[in-house]
Design a protein around this ligand. Structure first.
Ligand SMILES: Cc1cc2nc3c(=O)[nH]c(=O)nc-3n(C[C@H](O)[C@H](O)[C@H](O)COP(=O)(O)OP(=O)(O)OC[C@H]3O[C@@H](n4cnc5c(N)ncnc54)[C@H](O)[C@@H]3O)c2cc1C
Ligand SMILES: *[C@@H]1O[C@H](CO)[C@@H](O)[C@H](O)[C@H]1NC(C)=O
Ligand SMILES: *[C@@H]1O[C@H](CO)[C@@H](O)[C@H](O)[C@H]1NC(C)=O
Ligand SMILES: *[C@@H]1O[C@H](CO)[C@@H](O)[C@H](O)[C@H]1NC(C)=O
Ligand SMILES: *[C@@H]1O[C@H](CO)[C@@H](O)[C@H](O)[C@H]1NC(C)=O
Ligand SMILES: *[C@@H]1O[C@H](CO)[C@@H](O)[C@H](O)[C@H]1NC(C)=O
Ligand SMILES: *[C@@H]1O[C@H](CO)[C@@H](O)[C@H](O)[C@H]1NC(C)=O
Ligand SMILES: *[C@@H]1O[C@H](CO)[C@@H](O)[C@H](O)[C@H]1NC(C)=O
Ligand SMILES: *[C@@H]1O[C@H](CO)[C@@H](O)[C@H](O)[C@H]1NC(C)=O
Ligand SMILES: *[C@@H]1O[C@H](CO)[C@@H](O)[C@H](O)[C@H]1NC(C)=O
Ligand SMILES: *[C@@H]1O[C@H](CO)[C@@H](O)[C@H](O)[C@H]1NC(C)=O
Length: 514
């Protein structure tokens, strides 16, 4: 059923002003299946070009924009190669491009935020890049409970646009990733303690399948595809647009408490963290996240712990939790009060132009999910991290320690989505991310060697999880098993659906299911 939409296109809030925003098609005007491509496979511009919408562009190697569109996070470590880049502007453009690629036997890869970092993406060679950045629609339904989003919308654009309307939605943390990229693999969020993962908030999606057919996936249409999209979605199609739940902005702002410890307090800090996190079972207002990294102002020899407690509420309300962390002997505690939601991501260093979002960095990281931290394992991992980052080439590396809260994640119907049960059950996400200067093979190999040592040490420290070693799909580096990222339970059903929806494995570059 077509709904009425309030246009929410405040151009002042658009990223860099460079994203096209087109009027939103309603369901009733969405085009049916396009005519299969039967033309030539000579020049893509001449052959595919005329079949695309007026706002679509084809960018070829040698064009000055081509290189900029190739740059992504983790390049050059992750460097798929492209013969052409199609900046699609409509759902039908995606259909036409897939049909063209299919007939001409050319692989293709969708790019939205460009932050995916699995080594499997490197298998896209000589591909057509289907660039989603022109698909920037954001429309809030008149009820205010549903927002329809284009397949290329980035987190900042959505959070800022909704904020201006007094709304929010569940998204990832960094302003530079897309909404859909994290969503298709689950999607951790500061709001997950309230509303579950990003994917738990999906209501429907328009998906272009491997054969170019566009379908709606929802609880009532293609429910099997709808299930698979939420947890293993990168394997099933290109999402042209989708609908997620929208919520009223809460009346309160955030308090963000930043706490720093020198390494001699590592064990005391871990005790405090484990106790306050309580294996994910804490109030949803409390979000725990931070890092171990080098900050010369605090310690010139060793990395320090730089942790943040975010709380949707006042400084007084978060103080009982902070008090536990104070007992562990921090060297510094600073508090930012009354942080509005639209400023939250910059205040937590996840902003669009902040370090975490930088592209063209040589980075890698070996993630692991845990129930809680083991002090001995953390100490051993710290030793590796400290030794690695004593080499100045790696001294901007950041070991992330994330526990966003699990109540909202546990409250979901586990069997309604393909998200691995372990992803919901294990509240701690941790990944030592190594940045390094220069792209020598030796530098990359050293980062990888240490990365594997750190992951192994952390996994071994958790008796319960060492047998399964679950890794969050969206943080996976590419060497994990399918069981580790998708979970042994959903995997057979996912693989069966894969046979039906994408038998030739066209969507096989992001931790492929087969
Ligand atoms: C800086 C940074 C911050 C992160 N923060 C979070 C976080 O807060 N929470 C979290 O859960 N994860 C987070 N992640 C992990 C993140 O979920 C994945 O890296 C995700 O794949 C990024 O999506 P993208 O669109 O930016 O990347 P891309 O590389 O553009 O896309 C990732 C994959 O999705 C596919 N894809 C892109 N667009 C579409 C589409 N419209 N339809 C279907 N497939 C598509 C691509 O082909 C690719 O396989 C973060 C990663 C980084 C590097
Ligand atoms: C990011 O930085 C660029 C270049 O300085 C600027 O044009 C852009 O507006 C900034 N974007 C945001 C969201 O801050
Ligand atoms: C193309 O983009 C422009 C500018 O964003 C927009 O006004 C126009 O409606 C778009 N055209 C189509 C056919 O979508
Ligand atoms: C680069 O590609 C764009 C998009 O197709 C096109 O508009 C532009 O003319 C091209 N530039 C050159 C120098 O070919
Ligand atoms: C939240 O912060 C914003 C921006 O500083 C401010 O305008 C607003 O009044 C604050 N809200 C509350 C409840 O304090
Ligand atoms: C770090 O380096 C020191 C000095 O070389 C060494 O003694 C120590 O074992 C190393 N730590 C780890 C965890 O490898
Ligand atoms: C990293 O090393 C460089 C070069 O030695 C130095 O200038 C910089 O201060 C170091 N940074 C940190 C955080 O230690
Ligand atoms: C959970 O989801 C499954 C699959 O969609 C459904 O069959 C079941 O009824 C749901 N359970 C509850 C309690 O809603
Ligand atoms: C990563 O490698 C590239 C070479 O491809 C190099 O130019 C760049 O400086 C490196 N990035 C960093 C942050 O060192
Ligand atoms: C760095 O990366 C570039 C681009 O991938 C490559 O051409 C160059 O040979 C690399 N340099 C080294 C030292 O590996
Ligand atoms: C495309 O694939 C879907 C899923 O397998 C199937 O339902 C549909 O009939 C196919 N469309 C065409 C035109 O073959």
């Amino acid at each position: 059923m077509a709904s009425m939409y309030i246009s929410a296109l405040t151009t002042a809030l658009l990223l860099g002003g460079s994203h096209a925003v087109s009027a939103y098609d309603t369901l009733s005007t969405w085009s049916p299946t396009a005519v299969p491509y039967t033309g030539q496979c000579g020049s893509i511009a001449a052959d595919l070009g005329p079949g695309l919408s007026t706002n679509a562009t084809i960018v070829l190697p040698g064009n000055s924009s081509f290189e900029a569109l190739e740059i992504r996070s983790s390049s050059p470590r992750i460097q798929p190669t492209f013969t052409a880049i199609v900046e699609v502007a409509t759902e039908e453009d995606i259909q036409q491009t897939i049909r063209y690629a299919d007939r001409c036997d050319i692989p293709f890869l969708a790019v939205a935020g460009g932050h995916g970092w699995q080594s499997t993406i490197n298998n896209a060679n000589g591909a057509i890049q289907i660039n989603m950045r022109k698909m920037q629609q954001i429309e809030l339904e008149s009820s205010g409970t549903l927002v329809r989003i284009g397949g290329g919308v980035l987190q900042r654009h959505l959070t800022q646009t909704l904020y201006s309307l007094g709304k929010q939605a569940v998204t990832g943390l960094c302003e530079c990733t897309s909404i859909i990229g994290p969503l298709l693999g689950g999607g951790h969020s500061v709001l997950q303690g309230f509303h579950g993962f990003v994917s738990d908030n999906l209501l429907s999606a328009r998906v272009v399948l491997a054969n170019g057919t566009a379908v709606t996936a929802s609880a009532t249409e293609h429910p099997d595809l709808f299930w698979a999209l939420r947890g293993a979605g990168h394997n099933f199609g290109i999402v042209a647009s989708f609908e997620v739940k929208a919520y009223d902005l809460p009346k309160t702002n955030w308090t963000i408490v930043s706490i720093v410890y020198t390494q001699d307090k590592l064990e005391e800090f871990i005790d405090a963290l484990n106790e306050v996190d309580n294996e994910g079972d804490h109030v949803p207002e409390l979000v725990l996240a931070g890092a171990i990294t080098r900050i010369a102002a605090f310690d010139t020899v060793y990395p320090v712990v730089a942790y943040q407690l975010s709380y949707l509420g006042t400084a007084d309300e978060v103080e009982p939790y902070v008090a536990r962390f104070r007992q562990a002997g921090p060297i510094s505690v600073t508090t930012a009060e009354n942080v509005a939601y639209n400023d939250y991501y910059i205040a937590t260093s996840n902003g669009y132009n902040q370090t975490t979002c930088e592209e063209d960095n040589n980075i890698s990281g070996y993630a692991i999910s845990l129930r809680k931290y083991n002090k001995a394992a953390v100490r051993q991992t710290f030793g590796y991290f400290s030794n690695l980052t004593a080499d100045a080439r790696y001294n901007t590396s950041v070991w992330l320690l994330e526990s966003y809260g699990s109540r909202g994640v546990w409250a979901q119907n586990y069997s309604a989505t393909a998200v691995a049960p372990a992803e919901r059950n294990l509240p701690v996400l941790t990944v030592p991310i190594t940045w390094w200067a220069g792209n020598s093979t030796e530098a990359r190999e050293k980062a990888e060697t240490y990365g594997k040592l750190m992951r192994a040490a952390l996994a071994a420290g958790d008796q319960e999880t060492s047998s399964t070693s679950h890794v969050y799909l969206n943080y996976a580096i590419g060497d994990e098993s399918r069981e580790q990222v998708y979970g042994a339970e959903p995997l057979p059903r996912l693989q069966a659906l894969k046979k039906r929806y994408d038998p030739a494995n066209k969507f096989g570059f992001y931790m492929p299911l087969v």
